[in-house]
Design a protein around this ligand. Structure first.
Ligand code: NAP
Length: 282
């Protein structure tokens, strides 16, 4: 069977268009502040793309590029200043932070109502009990894809590979809230291959090129590849051996052009949600 390709790029463009239309109807433009500490080239690319997304959605955006020597206090002072700004609805601190800075303390300092990444324990708690204000961007993007393609996790066996706080764990929660039967796997899972091969919906978020082979894909299943790895040739790729998996799956996401663009679009959606919240608009 040749799988249907889940086109994250097209869906993200549609989502951003909808966000733009809703933003235009607000009394004030949504505002996003992005803080980058240090000069990690990958982080710089992400920050630049966030600025472009803000432009596309008609948002106001500010970028703070701080030197790697920035102290914890300086960073916290900036977060606190942005917490108090009425024109800023969302605050995003680009991770990872350089060594010596306490990531946890910084994320805790962000006003939960401006935590558009959905990393603050308050928002993680809301997500856990099923009443999220914001959707965690990457797993939220995956759920949008499933919805768009008419894939309902209810009653399905959903296997998630990877248990990080930003992808695997919230992914498992969202699938659970959508009434999937969820198995969350990690590096200590002994029977990973068998579990993956039993999945109706398989989500891989590990970061290991070639991890998911055809033998781990159930005939007719949905395969979502979250990973963004570089192969030996330096080309962007996922965890899934795409061609062989696509021959068995019913739906599959490509890398690039799958989950990545959806993550970016969900950040815009969350910033819109925050702006509505702050402006008292339903
Ligand atoms: P991470 O924090 O490194 O977590 C990786 C997870 O994979 C961990 O839970 C780890 O288990 C598990 N793992 C490692 N080796 C394994 C193995 N052989 N079998 C099963 N599980 C294994 O990574 P992350 O931040 O979640 O990111 C995962 C991937 O998604 C990366 O490629 C990243 O670039 C990508 N990503 C993409 C987007 C997007 O927008 N598309 C967004 C975020 C991340 P332990 O917990 O036991 O160590």
């Amino acid at each position: 069977m040749a799988a249907t390709l889940i086109d994250g790029k097209a869906l993200a463009a549609k989502l951003k268009q909808n966000v733009r239309e809703s933003a235009e109807a607000l009394p004030r433009k949504p505002g996003l502040a992005v803080i980058l500490v240090g000069d990690d080239p990958a982080s710089r690319v992400y920050v630049t793309s966030k600025r472009k997304d803000c432009e596309e959605c008609g948002f106001y955006s500010e970028e703070y590029a701080l030197p790697a020597e920035t102290t914890q206090k300086q960073l916290l002072d900036l977060v606190n200043e942005l917490n108090g700004r009425e024109d800023i609805d969302g605050i995003l601190v680009q991770l990872p932070l350089p060594k010596g800075l306490d990531e946890r303390e910084v994320l805790l300092a962000i006003n939960p109502a401006k935590d558009v990444d959905c990393f603050h324990p308050y928002n993680v708690g809301q997500l856990t009990i099923g009443t999220p204000v914001f959707q965690p961007c990457t797993p939220g993007g995956v759920m949008e894809m499933l919805r768009e393609y008419g894939i309902d996790p209810a009653g399905k066996r959903c296997v998630v590979l990877g248990r990080s706080n930003i992808v695997g764990k919230p992914m498992a929660l969202l699938l659970l809230h959508a009434h999937g039967t969820v198995v969350l796997c990690h590096s200590k899972t002994p029977d990973l291959k068998e579990l993956a091969a039993s999945a109706d919906i398989l989500v891989s978020a590990v970061g290991k090129t070639g991890l998911v082979t055809a033998g781990m894909v159930k005939e007719g299943s949905v395969v979502i590849d979250v990973a963004m790895n570089r192969n030996e040739a330096g080309k962007l790729c996922g965890d899934v051996c795409f061609e062989e998996a696509a021959a068995k799956a019913s739906y599959i996401t490509p890398v690039p052009g799958g989950v990545g663009p959806m993550t970016r679009a969900m950040l815009m959606k969350n910033t819109l949600t925050a702006a509505k919240l702050h402006q008292g608009v339903e």
